[in-house]
Design a binder for this molecule. Structure first.
Ligand SMILES: O=C(O)CCC(=O)C(=O)O
Length: 301
């Protein structure tokens, strides 16, 4: 399906302005001051923390206010359309390119998005799950799987990150209900302790090799759909993937990656880690605290 497809209307659209890659950006009548804070009173209990350590992820149900997320969706979508640099039609992209439109560190481009990304409650939950005193922002990332968008191949995020420990976590927040046909995030439960495939960048090869290895390892798969108001948190070494978006709606997802506030950097072990070091932690070197100006502490107990 090409970028010019016209049957693609994002939910909650009020005043469409332009269409790109299946995402319709819209003017929102919600002004900055009216945009609600992303809050939750959820506190991570011992059982949730145990499950997180056992499985390497948790899907938390209905702990965010769906109406709040629906108010944010057009604001984030408009920024994705503005900042997106993927201009090829889907059929001309490689597997990774077909997986989603990917826009990073939007907090730096929009004071509104910064309010979303700096949510103290989301950062607090990240710290509680990791069992650390505080967390810093690594970076944010919108992942919009267009209608007709392809699979997200099996991978583990920490392949890309030169970190001294596994205390890093991504919150994956769908901005609409995400049933099976939209490509909800799927986890291999317990795979954060599996060392096979940790050297694989996201690609056709990682999909094939990890599918084989994770099946042989008998890791249970969790591809349960998400309702708006649900979100998952996964560790950097947890293997995950997603099915294509077979629906006619964009799968709009916002993610925030947190690291232990005490995280130090290690010598990069691949060229992607060299790139990440320069890009997300400018001025930092192996051995340093991960504390560049781009990595503010978002929560401290
Ligand atoms: O949204 C997706 O399809 C993939 C998400 C992902 O890989 C991540 O959040 O680490």
């Amino acid at each position: 399906m090409s970028a010019s497809s016209t049957n693609l209307v994002a939910t909650g659209v009020r005043h469409p302005t332009r269409v790109y890659g299946g995402i319709m950006a819209e003017h929102s009548s919600t002004t900055t001051a009216e945009l609600p804070d992303v809050r939750t009173s959820l506190a991570v209990d011992a059982e949730t923390r145990r499950l997180f350590e056992e499985r390497g992820y948790v899907k938390l149900r209905q702990f965010l206010d769906p109406q709040v997320l629906q108010a944010w969706a057009p604001v984030i979508s408009a920024k994705v359309v503005e900042l997106n640099t993927q201009h090829l039609p889907l059929e001309q992209r490689d597997t990774y390119g077909k997986a989603f439109l990917q826009v990073w560190n939007m907090w730096r481009e929009s004071d509104d998005v910064a309010r979303f990304v700096f949510s103290t409650d989301l950062a607090r939950i990240a710290a509680e799950l990791l069992g650390v005193q505080g967390v810093r922002l690594y970076h944010d990332q919108a992942l919009y799987k267009e209608p007709g968008g392809g699979i997200t191949p099996w991978h583990a995020d920490q392949y890309y990150w030169p970190f001294s420990s596994d205390r890093c976590v991504t919150v994956w927040i769908p901005l609409q209900d995400t049933p099976a046909d939209m490509g909800p995030l799927c986890f291999a439960a317990g795979s954060h302790t599996f060392s096979v495939g940790r050297d694989l960048p996201i690609s056709d090869d990682s999909e094939l090799e990890l599918q084989r290895a994770l099946t042989a390892g008998k890791f249970p798969l969790d591809d349960e759909p998400y309702r708006v108001g649900d979100a998952s948190f996964h560790l950097g070494w947890t293997f995950h993937r997603a099915e294509p978006n077979r629906s006619s709606q964009p799968r709009k997802v916002m993610t925030i990656i947190y690291v232990d506030a005490e995280m130090r950097l290690t010598e990069p072990t691949n060229s992607n880690q060299v790139d990440d070091l320069e890009r997300w932690m400018p001025g930092c070197a192996p051995g340093d605290l991960l504390a560049s100006p781009l990595n503010p502490v978002l929560y401290q107990r």
